[in-house]
Design a protein around this ligand. Structure first.
Ligand SMILES: Nc1ncnc2c1ncn2[C@@H]1O[C@H](COP(=O)(O)OP(=O)(O)OP(=O)(O)O)[C@@H](O)[C@H]1O
Ligand SMILES: [Mg+2]
Length: 423
């Protein structure tokens, strides 16, 4: 074969490097550094060298310097030019450039079967044993960011799930049925498990349905987009508004869509609902069917009154699950009290508070904690002595607070769970 030589990368080489990358046999599975990383480094004028034979670009090595450490992002060789020392020559030239630019350590991460391992070994690079490469793919790309803004959607902050206190039963169910199959969709598919596309959460007010919906998006790292039917009704009519919102949201590759108080849009069609309402229910049903067409999207609808929903809405094939989110049991109330009192200077008897607050939702417990904290704060200001809240303060406030979930509501919820729940 004819001779070859190594020279610095020039802007005109970009296209040839991209082509070479495709030819050098990486296939579909991505290397540690993606082609977009390579191109970004080349655009950013990080050091890179190419090998040329007979006027054609047949090899390339691309680096990236970060402070005093540099990475070799790619060693690409045309298949016909392997094992001729070209890789080592490219590495040597690139190393030289990286050191010149200020790097003191040069490192490389290669996929097992990626070209370049021999070249690195021949150039004195040591293979570090016992290391594992970790990566967290970000579900949102840069161009999504613009789109998300225009759709009024955002990825909720990380850690919402972990901050949900108690509610172990609900957490367990939602994690198993929703989060895990979506987060591990390939493994789910291998087991013949279809990831969920749409679910209903139902339960009394303030039990945490909205919070759970957000926490699911936070767990998945997916954007969260809420649809406000009442707002749509004011702006452009409910049915056309729903259609438009669903179409817009369809542009996102990953998304959790949330509709709260869905009974307002999906109430029984027969009742004195009127023609317009029928159109809306039908529109929503159609939107759900279309929404179900694609992977990596989850619709969560929440309602306080699942029995008010149109039966067609709850039929199989529309929603994968109809999950009850009940008032917290005593265990959950303990967890909630602990979490709400964590910041307050108090040694209140948490089990006693949990026992006394049956029927209290997370929202009620938060409210009591807030009231007690406020009065302690005011006492401190009034007396000039730092006031601590004691168990009695909480118990008194609890007994002055009407629980959101009355006994009748709790019974109704239990009945509805039996009747409508699909877990
Ligand atoms: N498990 C929990 N841990 C801590 N706080 C919680 C938990 N669940 C709910 N909360 C808090 O309780 C309040 C009410 O929760 P949320 O709005 O999610 O209830 P909801 O079921 O959606 O109520 P509604 O039916 O009225 O819409 C929120 O301030 C939320 O932060
Ligand atoms: Mg809510």
């Amino acid at each position: 074969m004819a001779g070859w030589h190594v020279r610095d990368f020039g802007p005109d080489d970009l296209e040839a490097v991209v082509r070479l990358d495709a030819e050098s046999g990486l296939g579909d599975r991505p290397a540690a550094f993606r082609l977009s990383d390579v191109v970004a480094a080349l655009h950013g004028e990080h050091p890179a060298v190419v090998a040329v034979a007979d006027g054609h670009l047949v090899g390339a090595a691309v680096g990236r310097r970060d402070a005093d450490r540099a990475w070799i992002l790619r060693i690409a060789l045309h298949p016909a030019w392997r094992n001729l020392g070209m890789g080592s020559a490219l590495v040597a030239a690139l190393e030289h450039r990286l050191h010149e630019s200020g790097a003191r350590t040069v490192a490389a991460v290669l996929r097992e079967d990626e070209s370049g391992a021999t070249a690195l070994r021949n150039s004195g690079f040591l293979r570090r044993e016992g290391m594992t490469y970790f990566e967290k793919p970000q579900a949102v790309t840069a161009q999504d960011v613009v789109l998300l803004k225009s759709l009024d959607a955002a990825v909720p902050s990380a850690g919402l799930w972990a901050r949900l206190a108690g509610m172990e039963k609900e957490k367990h169910l939602i994690e198993r049925r929703l989060v895990l199959p979506l987060a591990h969709s390939e493994l789910a598919a291998q087991h013949g498990v279809e990831p969920p596309r749409a679910v209903v959460l139902f339960g009394p007010p303030g039990t945490g349905k909205s919070t759970f919906a957000r926490a699911v998006a936070s767990r998945l790292g997916w954007p969260f987009a809420e649809i406000f039917p009442a707002r749509l009704a004011l702006e452009e009519g409910m049915a056309p508004g729903l259609r438009r919102r669903f179409d817009e949201i369809a542009q996102l590759d990953h998304v959790v869509v949330f509709i709260d108080e869905v009974e307002d849009v999906a109430g029984r069609r027969t009742e004195a609902a009127g023609h317009g309402a029928i159109g809306v229910v039908n529109e929503l049903l159609t939107s759900i069917v279309r929404f179900r067409d694609r992977d990596s999207r989850l619709l969560i609808c929440a309602t306080n009154d699942v029995s008010a929903l149109d039966p067609a809405f709850l039929r199989h094939g529309r929603f994968d699950y109809v999950l009850p989110v009940g008032p917290p049991d005593v265990e959950a109330r303990r967890a909630l009290w602990s979490s709400y009192l964590a910041g307050a200077a108090t040694e209140a008897d948490i089990p006693a508070l949990a026992d006394a607050s049956e029927g209290f939702t997370p929202a009620d417990i938060a409210q009591v904690a807030r009231l007690v904290a406020q009065s302690a704060f005011e006492r401190t200001l009034d007396t000039g002595h730092r006031s601590h809240s004691v168990t009695e303060d909480y118990l008194r406030t609890i007994s002055n607070t009407r629980p959101t979930v009355t006994r009748t509501m709790a019974e109704q919820f239990a009945d509805q769970s039996e009747l409508f729940g699909r877990t």
